[in-house]
Design a protein around this ligand. Structure first.
Ligand SMILES: Cc1cc2nc3c(=O)[nH]c(=O)nc-3n(C[C@H](O)[C@H](O)[C@H](O)COP(=O)(O)OP(=O)(O)OC[C@H]3O[C@@H](n4cnc5c(N)ncnc54)[C@H](O)[C@@H]3O)c2cc1C
Length: 504
């Protein structure tokens, strides 16, 4: 690349500012001119408080330490997600989906062995909550040690205030020389070959660029509207299309986990931040009105929520057929969205920018590798959708039509069908996930956690006394193994001051 690359980013939500930071950093040596425009009268979506461990790559790439950004964004650590009331099977009404540590490799093998015995029909209770250190730590309101070695061996993520993170990223981008313009894009001008030449704002000012990044949110003004790239809805698989959020007071000490509790027509999140607790109800508007959703959420939050305003949102769930097309890249909600059950929004944002940078450079700043990027991102979206949809498919609630529809009336991809067949026929789940190349999106531990955590087992029949004795012995050994790594003080240790609590 000889001339300085000119990039225009449309939208100043988390996606826009994250993109601005990463592109400015990636191409700071050769020089790049980046302008970001946002419309002051079009608010950002303003939610999105959970993340996956993948987000740590962003802060590592940007060389930003936890002690710098976390206090500014009221952030807390997240060691996994606790699911409650999705299953009515006795003994399986709740489970924890943990982010793992290296130490879990030891107990994961034991877990798989016990799961396999249980799948063969041995009458033993095998639940994921008993097997993973992160689960024990979270139950004890504790976090992994801040020791560098442990940190590298441990997957963990964060909760944060989305608005504050946006502000923080904006300041960082401005420090890196990104230009910020307030204005509203009303028109798009194209080159004869169909590429975008420029956008025009409300005062007919023209902004040209080599590359346009669409971060305009669900409107997808450049990719879907101007370039007419088709959008594939996931509405036949994921029924939820609305949400209502209401904050409550901060909990001290906080439990370092996201809570995902099933509700009559969806689920509610509870996310601990240092200065407040984020709550929201994600639901299907075909099964529940916005008014009733708010009532149900307030009811479950109790008096604590009475004086706090509710924020209602609509969700467009699905993905574009292409994310990088012509001279435009769509990032964030403008490229697609999987409902927030597994908090994968910012992960997809980050993956998209990383893939774009890598392949744009590899193609010597041309579109040569566009198809590779689009295929990879489409596969990631579809496989994450499958994993999220399994939570609904596996539910055993009968209290509302919503939960029955989630079980009986949704589309299942061929890939997920095959995974479920292998599971129900007693086959090798890990082998299937590897064969289908799915483990890169969700590792086998996650699939085991959801299937066993919701009690998806054959009805038991065999009683082999020796095998059952061996099972209890192994479980007792495991309990003492865990005790070596957990401080006895438990609750009340200062997890809330993102001073981390050590294993021992
Ligand atoms: C209910 C819900 C819960 C979520 N939870 C999570 C979560 O836990 N974890 C997670 O990772 N993600 C989550 N997400 C997704 C996350 O919120 C988004 O990925 C993230 O906020 C990025 O949004 P965005 O920047 O793409 O869009 P937005 O925040 O909508 O920003 C759009 C920007 O475009 C600008 N704009 C729009 N039109 C124009 C115009 N004509 N001219 C100029 N500018 C314009 C706006 O001013 C704004 O700055 C959640 C989303 C929802 C809806």
């Amino acid at each position: 690349m000889t001339a300085k690359l000119k990039i225009f980013i449309l939208g100043g939500g988390t996606a826009g500012w994250m993109t601005a930071n990463l592109l400015a950093k990636a191409w700071e040596k050769q020089g790049v001119s980046i302008t970001l425009m946002e419309a002051p009268d079009v608010p950002t979506v303003g939610v999105g408080e959970g993340s996956t461990p993948y987000i740590r790559r962003f802060f590592e790439r940007m060389n930003i330490s936890e002690s710098e950004w976390m206090p500014k964004c009221h952030a807390t650590y997240k060691t996994g997600i606790r699911f409650t009331d999705w299953s009515t099977t006795p003994g399986f009404q709740h489970y924890f989906h943990p982010f793992t540590t290296e130490l879990d490799n030891v107990t994961f093998n034991l877990f798989k062995h016990h799961v396999s015995l249980r799948r063969q029909g041995l009458n033993i209770h095998v639940h994921p909550d008993d097997y993973f250190l992160m689960t024990r730590l979270a139950n004890n309101f504790q976090l992994p040690s801040s020791n560098d070695f442990v940190k590298q061996q441990t997957f963990y993520a964060y909760h944060f205030d989305a608005k504050l993170l946006g502000d923080y990223l904006k300041n960082k981008a401005l420090e890196q020389g990104v230009s910020h313009v307030e204005g509203k894009v009303l028109g798009v001008e194209k080159h004869p070959n169909g590429d975008i030449a420029a956008v025009h704002d409300q005062s007919l000012q023209r902004f040209d660029a080599d590359i346009f990044i669409d971060c305009s949110g669900f409107k997808s003004l450049l990719m879907q509207k101007a370039l007419k790239v088709p959008f594939i809805s996931y509405g036949d698989t994921l029924l939820n299309d609305a949400a209502v959020a209401i904050p409550t007071a901060a909990e001290k000490p906080y439990c370092p986990q996201t809570l995902s509790a099933a509700m009559p027509c969806g689920w509610r999140w509870k996310i601990p931040l240092t200065q407040r607790t984020g709550n929201g109800y994600v639901y299907s508007s075909s099964h529940l009105s916005a008014e009733d959703a708010e009532k149900q959420l307030r009811h479950s939050l109790g008096a604590d929520s009475e004086t706090n305003a509710a924020h209602h949102l609509k969700m467009k769930v699905g993905r574009n057929t292409k994310h990088w097309y012509r001279n435009c890249l769509a990032v964030g909600l403008s490229q697609g969205f999987i409902e927030p059950l597994e908090a994968t929004g910012l992960q997809m944002t980050l993956v998209t920018i990383e893939q774009f940078i890598t392949h744009f450079e590899k193609g010597k700043y041309t579109n040569e590798y566009q198809d590779n990027v689009n295929n990879g991102i489409n596969a990631a979206f579809d496989h994450i959708r499958d994993y999220v949809s399994l939570h609904y498919l596996a539910n055993s609630r009968n209290d509302t039509r919503y939960w029955q529809d989630c079980r009986n009336d949704i589309a299942i991809s061929d890939s997920l069908k095959r995974v479920l067949e292998v599971w129900s026929q007693g086959g090798d789940l890990e082998q299937e996930l590897n064969q289908q190349n799915i483990s890169q999106y969700y590792p086998s531990l996650s699939w085991f956690a959801i299937l066993t955590g919701m009690g998806i087992y054959p009805k038991t029949c065999t009683v082999d006394k020796k095998e059952i004795e061996r099972f209890h012995k192994a479980r007792a050994n495991m309990a003492s193994f865990f005790n070596n790594y957990i401080t006895p003080s438990g609750k009340g240790n200062s997890a809330q001051q993102h001073g981390v609590v050590r294993y021992a």
